[in-house]
Ligand binder design. Structure first.
Ligand code: MN
Length: 265
């Protein structure tokens, strides 16, 4: 299985290194390629670089087939992989992100943006994030989850489940709680909840008296449904949310059908 690994924290990020290290050490029959942003791109969502050239630098990374640092966004990395890799990968893994990507926050996430781009290109793709606890993110727990997911995908490939197979463009948003792997409560298949932020900006003043703002804030998961990603995480479960990129609001198609008639109502 050929896996393309990318992220939004940058190619030097400890989460990316932990993921590649764990897959090299414990993965069976894996071929790994890394195409990741040169610097941090958190919050880049689905941005693509269009107004300047994108520089690509090969990186020496023992054990991986190819590794490149890209002077662009996470989505640039996945799009560029078509030009940089000899073949289409079987799976795109984006992460391990430092901090969770829950609920409506997936709309801002570069980690999730890269995974969505992978699915757009027809690959199975997983965005993998881990809670940033008081002692820092437990990348080892998240890497163990990645290995389990890869085994599951491989089992599905070798013995497809008739009638309920995994979609060819499976897109999963995975969040891992702040626990050692052996203390995880289990896995939950969830839906996205709704996150709001309290005190979202800090207002400051610079030495010249100009005001400026820093994004900050405390997340508030206002959706208390136990089937949401945030509630699963709060109970110690790994959350798996299947995503799709078709944003069409199908329920409104019929009510707007009349608007196709020209002229005033
Ligand atoms: Mn990030």
């Amino acid at each position: 299985m050929h896996i393309l690994i990318t992220n939004d924290d940058g190619i030097g990020a400890p989460g990316l290194k932990a993921l590649v290290g764990a897959l090299l050490e414990h993965g069976r029959d894996l071929e790994l390629s890394v195409v990741a942003p040169e610097g941090e791109q958190s919050g880049a969502a689905h941005a693509v670089t269009v107004r300047r050239p994108v520089l690509v630098a090969p990186v020496d990374w023992p054990g991986v087939t190819v590794a490149y640092a890209v002077d662009g966004t996470p989505v640039d990395c996945v799009k560029l992989s078509e030009a940089l890799l000899a073949e289409k990968p079987d799976l795109i893994l984006s992460g391990i992100n430092r901090g969770v990507n829950l609920g409506t926050d997936v709309l801002y996430s570069g980690t999730v943006g890269a995974a969505i781009e992978g699915a757009l290109l027809g690959c199975r793709a997983i965005a993998l994030s881990v809670a940033n606890g008081p002692a820092g993110p437990r990348f080892a727990t998240a890497a163990a989850c990645a290995l389990e997911l890869i085994d599951r995908l491989r089992a599905e490939r070798d013995a497809p489940q008739a009638g309920r197979g995994v979609p060819a463009d499976l897109l999963l948003n995975v969040n891992v709680p702040d626990r050692p792997a052996e203390q995880l409560a289990g896995w939950r298949v969830t839906r996205l909840g709704v996150r709001r932020y309290r005190e979202a900006y800090h207002r400051r003043e610079d030495p010249r008296g100009r005001q400026y703002f820093w994004i900050a804030g405390t997340p508030d998961d206002i959706d208390r449904d136990p089937r949401t990603d945030a509630q699963a995480l709060a109970q110690g479960y790994v959350s798996l949310t299947p995503l799709q990129f078709d944003l069409t609001r199908y329920s409104a198609l019929e009510s707007l059908a009349d608007w196709e008639r020209r002229g005033r109502p």
